[in-house]
Write a protein that binds this ligand. Structure first.
Ligand code: GLU
Length: 292
């Protein structure tokens, strides 16, 4: 399989300029390194009717092209269950019956990093398990053998972050993002992951999981986000931030693309033209403030 990069939006609504900037970057990273570029709709959770079509339309409008059809995570359940099955067979999972509230209220384990699952269900005996099984459906957690893991990132260098017994399958049966993303990237031959740097803290968990599944790690590049005037991650409530909103205020798609390219230190024009000037080493390292 030839190597590939990807963009993997969650179809929770229209893409805003921050999402589009990340997509453009992922495209530039992939195309400038001779990779294919794939699109994956991460619709396991937070999917809103109609959002996928609008997202694909807006990506195409700014000039992001992809190879083959976009894939949807909801069509890939067997792949996820196979991976969970392999981990189960290797004794690397356990059932968890905790509610969110119970997790919040549990005393954290000694030396456990902040925010880590406290391990309540890690070593239940047969009687406890039998009782818990009668209370509610189980989530499946990873039985992690480490508390942290180090990854390499093109923009951040070495990054060490928390690995806890994170959820692989939620108790409503939905595959968890951290499992799906690792399995999908591997199955799709993706060896370059470019995405917003809000996902950097999840990356050690994903890389550790990949190691347990004998999956080679992709190249990671976590790119700075677009923020509003207050420095908070851009959101729909920040005004005219989607292509449709901006078109209504007289800003064309080309104008938006040019602003995004210029914000990356690249010349205005098409993405194809920007490729010639694209150099990952010269990308801005700071968040970019969107001014409507
Ligand atoms: N679906 C995730 C999001 O839209 C991105 C996941 C990824 O790129 O790994 O935030």
């Amino acid at each position: 399989m030839t190597s590939a990069g990807r963009f993997a939006p969650s179809p929770s609504g229209e893409l805003h300029v921050g999402n589009l900037r990340t997509a453009i970057l992922a495209w530039l990273f992939a195309r400038s390194s001779g990779r294919r570029f794939l699109l994956r709709v991460e619709d396991l959770d937070r999917a809103r009717a109609g959002a996928e079509a609008l997202q694909l339309r807006d990506l195409a409008a700014v000039g992001v092209t992809w190879d083959g059809d976009a894939v949807r995570q909801t069509a890939r359940g067997t792949l996820y269950e196979d991976a969970i099955g392999r981990l189960q067979q290797a004794g690397l999972t356990y059932e968890c019956y905790c509610t969110r509230r119970e997790i919040q209220e549990a005393p954290s384990a000694p030396h456990a990093p902040q925010g880590a699952y406290p391990g309540t269900c890690r070593n239940l005996d047969a009687a406890e398990l039998e009782f818990k099984r009668s209370t509610r459906p189980a989530a499946v957690r990873l039985r992690a053998g480490v508390q942290e893991y180090t990854v390499r990132d093109v923009l951040h260098g070495e990054y060490t972050g928390v690995v806890d017994d994170f959820v692989l399958r939620r108790n409503d049966g939905v595959t968890a993002y951290n499992l799906a993303v690792v399995v999908d990237d591997a199955a799709q031959g993706i060896d370059q992951v470019v995405r917003g740097d809000d996902l950097l803290p999840s990356t050690p968990r994903q890389a550790y999981l990949a190691s347990l599944l004998d999956i080679p790690l992709p190249e990671y590049a976590h790119v700075p986000l677009v923020v509003n005037d207050d420095g908070a991650r851009l959101a729909k409530r920040d005004g005219a931030v989607t292509l449709a909103d901006l078109a209504e205020t007289g800003v064309s798609v080309q104008d938006v693309r040019n602003r995004l390219l210029v914000s990356l230190g690249l010349p205005p024009g098409t993405l194809q033209q920007a490729l010639a000037s694209f150099d990952p080493d010269r990308l801005p390292k700071q968040p970019w403030v969107w001014k409507a």
